[in-house]
Design a protein around this ligand. Structure first.
Ligand code: SD4
Length: 331
């Protein structure tokens, strides 16, 4: 798989904040709503994901085309990458933190704004499935670390060693200098965020990652934070992110993009604005990558990133395509 350039604190979002729209009050929403472009070739059902994870979108499509729910589609779709040992940024086989522990982050959100997340969970190969269990089997939204792991065992998940020989070898190599730079390892990010609309028109999303390679123990990025790495509003659309999570959290990126769509922007325009907000907060520093993808209720899609190189997969009746994303910087 092509590796791309990537790099680079902030407060955590709580689910409670989501109840209060920070961009537009409902009355503004009604006032500002514009008709969405019906001239596009938007179609449903549809599954889209960050990067060129064609096997993941193919799995999601299998679920959607059999009349399955968008929730099942995104769940099963992203699991393909969690189980892919060659993907060293997601699930089993992911790169470890600087102490050599593989810690995983994931979240999932459905059409009714139900959501679940696990943060910095260890020894469990499919954090997205644990996140779904948090959503469906607990009164909570987020479980972290040992608590998440304990819950997983209670739910029947098996303890597994997730550190592959390859990832261990690379970590041992890194330890020779063991320079801790959060802007590290420019080329080692490939988080999967996936959005889908099923034949009933309902939207769901999932996001899963091993996060930043050789991160500090306990570091969590945007990917399992509802509103940052993923957000879905079944009236409007969904968005998800890849890249330097700290920057996405600082702008509550995915929530922002969905709110911008609510105000009438297309998915493409909303992703572009999401990236520009991040750029505006980083005037002197652009040596990091962020990529957003978004979908609206009609099935129109959009994507935008900082540095060229980001792509996203779409699977519809019209085909299975790896689409280039526009970028803020041109080279
Ligand atoms: C994180 N956003 O932990 C994730 C990393 C990522 O592709 O997207 N990698 O910050």
């Amino acid at each position: 798989m092509q590796r791309r350039k990537f790099l680079k604190n902030s407060g955590a979002l709580t689910a409670g904040m989501l109840a209060t729209p920070i961009i537009a009050a409902p009355s503004d929403y009604e006032k500002n709503q514009k008709p969405i472009d019906t001239q596009s070739n938007a179609t449903i059902p549809i599954a889209i994901c960050t990067w060129d994870f064609g096997n993941a979108t193919a799995k999601a499509w299998e679920v959607l085309s059999a009349g399955g729910s968008s929730l099942d589609a995104v769940h099963q779709g992203v699991m393909v990458e969690e189980n892919n040992l060659d993907n060293q940024t997601v699930g089993n086989g992911g790169r470890p933190d600087r102490d050599g522990n593989v810690t995983l982050d994931a979240c999932i959100m459905d059409k009714d704004a139900n959501c679940g997340a696990v943060l910095a969970i260890q020894n469990i190969a499919n954090p997205i499935s644990v996140a779904r269990k948090v959503m469906e089997e607990t009164p909570h939204l987020m479980l972290v670390g040992k608590g998440a792991e304990q819950f997983a065992y209670e739910q029947g998940f098996e303890k597994q060693n997730l550190l592959t020989e390859q990832s261990k070898k690379e970590w041992e190599e890194w330890k020779k200098t063991s320079q801790y730079k959060p802007i590290i390892n420019i080329e080692n990010h490939d988080t999967i965020g996936m959005l889908a609309i099923d034949e009933k028109g309902d939207i769901a999303g999932a996001c899963t990652t091993s996060g930043m390679a050789y991160k500090m123990a306990g570091r969590v990025g945007d990917s399992p934070i509802i509103g940052a790495g993923l957000f879905v509003d079944n009236e409007v659309g969904g968005a998800t992110a890849t890249g330097v999570g700290e920057e996405v959290v600082r702008t509550v990126g995915s929530f922002l993009i969905v709110e911008l769509m609510r105000q009438g922007k297309s998915p493409q325009e909303a992703c572009e604005e999401g990236v520009k907000r991040i750029i505006a907060k980083n005037k002197d520093k652009q040596d990091f990558q962020i990529g957003f993808i978004a979908i609206n209720k009609q099935g129109e899609t959009g994507a935008y990133c900082i540095h060229p190189g980001f792509t996203y997969r779409t699977y519809t009746k019209q085909g299975h395509v790896n689409n280039p994303s526009g970028s803020y910087l041109k080279s």
